[in-house]
Design a protein around this ligand. Structure first.
Ligand code: BGP
Length: 476
């Protein structure tokens, strides 16, 4: 969708907001008819829940959504990105609708509308119903249809008020954590075959839902949210073009090409052969991809993929799930395509991720140049930290303000140069459950006191963001 297409929608010229996801904030894990989710099961039973945390209560958004949405609106934000828990709508993933689940999201959406906040709704943010996980989840050949049937229910029930939809959050990173890192359920490690099959089915499911949305006469926009990390190649690499091609295929193109161009990447078969992967596809899939082009791409911008030549080792991956107590950095070797490397001059957060705000600009411009300047929303951008409040309970998160401020400047620079960017969402609206790391790693604009009745206290960054939004709105 081009700039004129966006202008024709009845949406603010720029969406300024923040984001959450159902499992990470709702709590109420077994209330009002909700079915078991894969994360409920994993966190309650698996030894691989290494930090021994869960989302059973979390911020209790399920009961306190009004307070959270009011705070968001008071902070000048005109949009809220949240996700729907599939197992609240369909406790078994398919079949009977749980009306109490529908009623909850109706309340949330109505509350947004009452506060003049545009709801931006993600249909799947990592939380598969357990009943479907038992049937192989995203590896099952029927999963695209299951997802599409669920999506259609959401379009029907909420589409009168929801005009911005995302099908799936981070198909690439989700598949990577589930199948390669093995830190998300069902914890497969270094399973390249499943990693690729997952992405394929996730994008097929997404395209099927996009097609269904149009067939149903949906009058909003629908796209995919990608963990958009631009590939940058170490200047000392011997084969920079090959490294770029391999890393970009692995990190981006299985998602960007289907979403923005309605097909599979032309290099896919060649790459899969090198990776020794046999992808299962059926006749008719290509047509679904062709008919399921997204209206926009959502980018969750945190860091880049900093790549260099493959040095001959076996495929391996690592992540830091222990925060400050670990010396591990994020990294990977993807034999025989490339490996990531470390720039010692770039600062890192306590979980080993680079803090490099300029990647916002390069991530956006890379997509502008190579995918015909599509409509873009920055659907997440955040800074994870350990935080302590002062005596009044206020968090002085100057570091977050500094880092996010730079990210926003780089986004605005891209916009000034013609990028079709129309939205920015801070991750996260309030402190919430961080996958694997739990409640120590905080991203929120609002502090949640998990030890004191889940009290909400805006952080310094909440005030900073409110003023920043006002500043930009007054300029336009
Ligand atoms: C994104 C996810 C979010 C959120 C964020 C921070 O990949 O879409 O759900 O969790 O990353 O990640 P983490 O909490 O693991 O640091």
């Amino acid at each position: 969708m081009d700039a004129q297409g966006y202008a024709n929608l009845q949406l603010p010229d720029f969406l300024w907001g923040s984001a959450t996801a159902a499992y990470q904030c709702e709590g109420a894990w077994d209330e009002d008819g909700k079915g078991l989710g894969e994360w409920d099961y994993f966190n309650h039973t698996s030894a691989k829940n290494i930090n021994n945390v869960d989302g059973d209560v979390s911020c209790d958004f399920y009961h306190r959504y009004e307070e959270d949405i009011r705070l968001l609106a008071d902070g000048g934000q005109n949009t809220y990105r949240f996700s729907i828990a599939w197992s609240r709508i369909l406790p078994n993933g398919v079949g009977e609708v749980n009306e109490e689940g529908v009623a909850f999201y109706n309340r949330v959406i109505d509350c947004c509308v009452e506060h003049g906040v545009v709801p931006n709704v993600t249909l799947f943010h990592y939380d598969l119903p357990y009943a479907l996980a038992c049937k192989g989840g995203w590896l099952n050949a029927d999963v695209a249809k299951w997802f599409c049937d669920y999506a259609k229910i959401c379009f029907e029930r909420f589409g009168d008020r929801v005009k911005v939809w995302a099908t799936i959050n981070e198909p690439h990173f989700y598949s990577y954590c589930v199948n390669m890192l093995g830190n998300y359920p069902p914890n497969r490690s270094l399973d390249m075959q499943s990693f690729m099959q997952y992405q394929y089915h996730l994008m097929l499911a997404s395209s099927l839902a996009v097609r269904a949305y149009r067939e149903m006469g949906g009058d909003g926009i629908i796209g995919v949210v990608h963990d958009g990390g631009v590939v940058e190649v170490d200047p000392t690499a011997e084969h920079p073009e090959e490294v770029f091609r391999g890393a970009d295929f692995m990190a981006n193109r299985m998602i960007l090409v289907p979403c923005l161009q309605g097909r599979l990447p032309e290099e896919m078969d060649e790459m899969l052969q090198k990776l020794d992967v046999l992808l299962y596809r059926v006749p008719g899939d290509e047509e679904i991809f062709a008919q399921g082009v997204g209206d926009y791409i959502g980018l969750n911008v945190y860091c880049r993929e900093y790549a260099t030549d493959w040095r001959g080792g076996e495929t391996q991956v690592s992540a830091n799930n222990k925060g400050g107590s670990s010396k591990k950095l994020e990294g990977k070797v993807i034999a025989p395509l490339y490996q990531t490397t470390c720039d010692p001059d770039v600062p890192r957060n306590k979980w080993g991720r680079e803090i490099l705000p300029r990647v916002m600009y390069s991530t956006i411009m890379d997509i502008v140049d190579r995918y015909d300047n599509p409509l873009i929303f920055i659907t997440e951008n955040g800074h994870g930290a350990y935080e302590d409040p002062d005596a009044e309970g206020v968090v002085h998160d100057e570091e977050r303000i500094e880092v996010l401020g730079q990210f926003v400047e780089h986004m605005m620079r891209a916009r000034a140069e013609g990028a079709n960017v129309h939205g920015y969402y801070v991750w996260s609206t309030m402190d919430l459950y961080s996958w694997i790391n739990g409640y120590q790693k905080r991203y929120g604009l609002v502090r949640i006191d998990f030890d004191n009745n889940l009290a909400r206290v805006p952080k310094k960054s909440w005030y900073w963001y409110r003023d920043l939004i006002n500043g930009y709105l007054n300029q336009s």
